[in-house]
Design a protein around this ligand. Structure first.
Ligand code: ADP
Length: 267
């Protein structure tokens, strides 16, 4: 990302953030939060100042993926008497999730405007300080939250996560088209294909394309956007997510290369 697109914002809280990058997907369960978390980790490991907003109203995953299920963010008064949320810092990343403001295990029946306001607060009413990257884990699909975020904040670009199955690719197509809509018009940084093939971690040269091959590449070609990479199905990714330590925190020769390569293409 070389420059950010200037769009209207009434806030000064975001002035010290160099790049706001959206991570989106057409469907749930394709690995959008896994990609968001690991990209944040890789960028932070590389020395960047990184924040991560989990704006997935349907199933916020950041509390689980960062072992912060019972965490509650603090707040501070500013000199002009406003209250600002303080993100929680873990593994060198500043984090906020809608999940921090709900009771774990309880459904949150957000109405559209309520959810949009809550998400806006994660941007505007938060002391993010200086950041090189603010990664935003969007809800799946195309909805109110996407419109709110793309129209309210200066977004640098969006990456789109898909799996190789036809059902996922069809929904990803809609997601890509949304970013091109007049009034939204967000630069698409590229397509990431997750769960591209299965590989046993100890035999990484054995690749089984169990969901079909080449779908993500074709989609990227159709929209004339970069294809950012294939992430294999690896047991360690799922285990690390469940254990609250994104896999990119570990030394993993296979995955370090893959996530590092994707991060370098969007940074
Ligand atoms: P989304 O944010 O799109 O709903 P998640 O990132 O929460 O999807 O991933 C859904 C589940 O799949 C999680 O349990 C996650 O750990 C697992 N997962 C995601 N990507 C992979 C992968 N490449 N290999 C193994 N498990 C994965």
């Amino acid at each position: 990302v070389t420059s950010r697109v200037t769009q209207p914002t009434n806030s000064t809280s975001l002035d010290n953030i160099k790049n706001i990058i959206l991570v989106s997907s057409g469907k749930g369960g394709v690995g959008k939060s896994t990609v968001s978390s690991n990209l944040a980790v890789v960028l932070a490991k590389d020395g960047a100042k990184v924040g991560l907003i989990d704006a997935d109203i349907y199933g916020p995953s950041v509390p689980t993926m960062f072992d912060l299920v019972d965490a509650k963010p603090g707040a501070e008064e500013t000199a002009d008497g406003k209250t600002k949320i303080l993100p929680i810092e873990k593994y060198g990343i500043k984090l906020l999730s809608l999940g921090f403001f709900a009771d774990p295990g309880q459904p949150v029946p957000w109405r559209g405007p309520m959810a949009s306001n809550a998400v806006k607060q994660l941007f505007n009413d938060t002391n993010w300080g200086e950041l090189d990257y603010l990664i935003v884990d969007l809800p799946p699909g195309t909805g109110d939250i996407h419109i709110t975020i793309t129209q309210s904040f200066p977004i640098s670009g969006a990456v789109v996560v898909t799996t190789p199955q036809q059902v996922a690719l069809a929904d990803t197509h809609k997601g890509l088209a949304m970013f091109r809509m007049p009034g939204i018009n967000i630069p698409i940084l590229g397509v990431i294909e997750n769960m591209s093939y299965f590989t046993p971690e100890e035999l990484p040269e054995n690749k089984y394309y169990i969901f079909g091959k080449g779908g993500g590449t074709k989609l990227a070609e159709r929209f004339d956007v970069p294809f950012l990479g294939e992430i294999p199905i690896v047991q360690g990714i799922a285990e690390a997510g469940d254990n609250g330590k994104p896999v990119a925190l570990n030394q993993n020769p296979l995955l370090d290369g893959i996530f590092g390569d994707i991060a370098s293409k969007i940074a």
